[in-house]
Structures are given as structure tokens and as C-alpha cells.
Design a binder for this molecule. Structure first.
Ligand code: NAD
Ligand code: ZN
Ligand code: ZN
Length: 361
């Protein structure tokens, strides 16, 4: 049966978000309704609000969430009502050419709910990344629900649903950081700080955190950065080279996603090193590089979609590490807020005041 809940909606390009009544349909075949317990505010939500992702307004924002499955539709066997789950935005299909080749983290046909959530007047909402969890309840494909140990606090567990997973995975999965590597991370917000943590988990010997904000550098240091570079005062490329014996880092992660930071990542990398782009550019951005340098510097230039994660493999494992005290996910929760605090949280994010504001319901 359909239900009416509160939800945070971005009505149009650049307009402040509004709290609206949202109609959530009962789950159809392959779908689940989840009672949201916590949802982090990710920069991608702000990209949506600013029209930087696409123009399919109105958006139901929020996509970094944990909660409890309330009901499931026909044919759902992987989760059941009462399960504690982290929502993922890449529910793999198992059928496409990537899945069939054993690379499901590249799945080209990920699943979302077939039915639409709507405003009271019937206007269809576009849920951010197919989730829309700044709401009391949301409708997703059952495959978007990944069961994890309910001993983890929802505000922490939910962070694995996007930014923290993207950052950890950018280092571990996409970058393939290994024991003894040197790693540089440009932009140490929620995603970049998680990349620092991931580099530490993977055994990197040198982890260079780069940001424009002193507070972010301090947070990155507490998460495992061995060196910091203040991007306002320094030539980032020179600074990374100086810290790596003149060579550059083995892996450079761009967690900002702008042409200037990508260029820094490209040149701050050692020969045959790896650049990982995990920050998301906007459609108008362009990059120019000498093609001869692309060839001559070798190595690999990669993008990291969702940290190349496999939710069913990675979420429970990372929650286990967290519960063992081996992964400091608490450090990412700068503040908990109510559902009506999202617009203010964007402002704080914009001013660099937080790693993550997390809506707790
Ligand atoms: N690839 C994915 O799957 C994925 C998932 C989540 C988020 N993202 C993207 O990752 C990016 C970061 O997200 P976030 O939530 O961490 O954002 P955030 O706003 O918390 O962090 C961005 C950080 O970059 C710093 N910064 C900005 N310009 C800089 C510059 N020129 N040099 C150095 N530092 C700079 C800021 O000071 C801030 O600390 C966004 O583009 C977001 O859309 C990607
Ligand atoms: Zn697939
Ligand atoms: Zn996100």
C-alpha cells in the first residue's frame, strides 16, 4: 500500500531544497521499501541540486543511507522485512557483458525501483542515484539493499553507501594501492579522506593529503596521512615530487574532479603510476593534455565509479573491520542533523566545515 512520508526535494536548478510530502508506493516485484534511519549529505546531492548531474527535476535527494527493510515485493529473496541494510546505488544485474565477464563492479545495467515515488500532485520524482533517502522511507530495487551487521550505528553504516566507499575503493580497488606505495590524494573531503584511510588500510608507506583547507588536512592526518600539502600556498606537483624523492607518487587520487586538479594528479604521478579520478566533473569541463606526455609517462588513467566496489562483498567486510576497531568510520560523522537541516548542511559543506553531516531519522 502507498504511504505518505516526508522527503527533501530539489525543485529546480540552484533552488534551495524543500521538505515535501512524498508518496511511496508499496513494493512491486523485485522492490523493497526501506525505513531510512540515517543518510549522509554527499557533494553529489549538491551537484544534483545545482543541475550538475542532469535536468530531471524535481529530485528526491539523499543516497548515502542505512535503514531497516519494511516490506518487499514479489520474488524478493535476498532481503526480508527487519533486515538492517546499507543502500547501494549500483545493484548489479548479473546479466550484462561486464557481469558475465566477472567484473560486476562495472555492471552496465544496474537496477533501480521500477515504480516512481511522487509528490502529492502526482509529479514523478527522480531519486538521487536511484535511492532518494532524505526521506522517512524510500522505494528501491531489492538488490540495492545490502545486509550488514546491525551492531553498526546507522549514521556510520550509511556512509558506506556512497562517499566513504567511493574513497576507500578509489584507493584499494581502482588504484590498487599496495604495501609500500606512495599515494597522494587531492581534495580531502568525505571522499578524499576515505581514500587516505583506504591507502593506510592497504599498507601505503607514504600518504600525502592535499587540500585548500587546513581543517581537512588535520582530519586527513588523523586518518593516516603522513604528509600534507596546502594547495593554496604550494605548487602541488612540485610538493608531491619533493616528498617522493623527486619522482611523484605511485598513485594519485583526484577527489575533486576539476581540470586543474586532474592536471595536478597527472603530473604529480611517478612514471608508470596510476591516476584515479573519483571526483565528479560537471558537463562543461574540458581537459587539455599533451598527448605525447600521456604516452611518455605511461601507467594508467582510471575513473572510479563508486570505488569499483561490489556492495555484497565490500559493505559487510568494511562494517566488520569497523566493529573490530580497525576502520575509523566514526571520524567521518562531523554532525548529525534532522531532515530539515539538509540545506544548511550544503552550506557547511560548501564552506568546508564538515566531512559529513548525517541526517538521522
Ligand atoms: N566517483 C564516485 O563514485 C563518487 C562518489 C561520491 C562522491 N563523488 C564525488 O567526489 C567529489 C568529492 O566529494 P565530497 O563529498 O568529498 O566533497 P567535499 O565537498 O566534502 O570535499 C571536497 C574537498 O575538496 C577540496 N578542494 C576543492 N578544490 C580543491 C583544490 N583545487 N585543490 C585541493 N582541494 C580542493 C575542498 O576543500 C574539500 O575539502 C565530488 O565531486 C563528488 O561528487 C564521487
Ligand atoms: Zn550487469
Ligand atoms: Zn554520494
Amino acid at each position: 500500500m502507498a504511504q505518505q512520508v516526508r522527503g527533501v526535494v530539489a525543485p529546480g536548478r540552484g533552488e534551495p531544497v524543500r521538505m515535501e510530502t512524498v508518496t511511496v508506493p508499496g513494493p512491486g516485484p523485485g522492490e523493497a521499501v526501506v525505513q531510512v534511519q540515517a543518510c549522509g549529505v554527499c557533494h553529489t546531492d549538491l551537484h544534483y541540486r545545482e543541475g550538475g548531474i542532469n535536468d530531471e527535476f524535481p529530485f528526491l535527494l539523499g543516497h548515502e543511507a542505512a535503514g531497516v527493510v519494511e516490506s518487499v515485493g514479489a520474488g524478493v529473496s535476498e532481503v526480508a522485512p527487519g533486515d538492517f541494510v546499507v543502500l547501494n546505488w549500483r545493484a548489479v544485474c548479473g546479466q550484462c557483458r561486464a557481469c558475465r565477464r566477472g567484473r560486476p563492479w562495472y555492471c552496465f545495467d544496474t537496477h533501480n525501483a521500477a515504480q516512481k515515488m511522487t509528490l502529492e500532485d502526482g509529479t514523478e520524482l527522480s531519486p538521487a542515484l536511484g535511492i532518494g533517502a532524505f526521506a522517512d522511507k524510500t522505494l528501491v530495487a531489492a538488490g540495492q539493499c545490502t545486509k550488514v551487521d546491525p551492531a553498526a550505528k546507522p549514521a556510520v553504516a550509511g556512509l558506506l553507501g556512497c562517499g566513504v566507499m567511493a574513497g576507500l575503493g578509489a584507493a584499494i580497488n581502482t588504484g590498487g594501492v599496495g604495501r609500500g606505495d606512495s599515494v597522494a590524494v587531492i581534495g580531502c573531503g568525505g571522499v578524499g579522506s576515505a581514500a587516505v584511510l583506504g591507502a593506510r588500510l592497504a599498507g601505503a608507506a607514504k600518504i600525502i593529503a592535499i587540500d585548500l583547507d587546513e581543517r581537512k588536512l588535520a582530519a586527513a592526518t588523523s586518518l593516516g596521512a603522513t604528509h600534507t600539502v596546502h594547495a593554496k600556498d604550494a605548487d602541488v606537483v612540485e610538493a608531491v615530487r619533493d616528498l617522493t624523492g623527486g619522482f611523484g607518487a605511485d598513485v594519485v587520487i583526484d577527489a575533486v574532479g576539476r581540470p586543474e586538479t586532474y592536471r595536478q594528479a597527472f603530473y604529480a604521478r611517478d612514471l608508470a603510476g596510476t591516476v584515479v579520478l573519483v571526483g565528479v566533473p560537471t558537463p562543461e569541463m574540458r581537459l587539455e593534455l599533451p598527448l605525447l606526455e600521456v604516452f611518455g609517462r605511461g601507467g594508467s588513467l582510471k575513473s572510479s565509479w563508486y570505488g569499483d566496489c561490489l556492495p555484497s562483498r565490500d559493505f559487510p567486510m568494511l562494517i566488520e573491520l569497523y566493529l573490530q576497531g580497525r576502520l575509523d568510520l566514526d571520524a567521518f560523522v562531523s554532525e548529525t542533523i534532522a531532515l530539515d537541516g539538509v540545506e544548511a548542511a550544503f552550506e557547511k559543506m560548501h564552506h568546508g566545515d564538515v566531512l559529513r553531516s548525517v541526517v538521522v531519522l
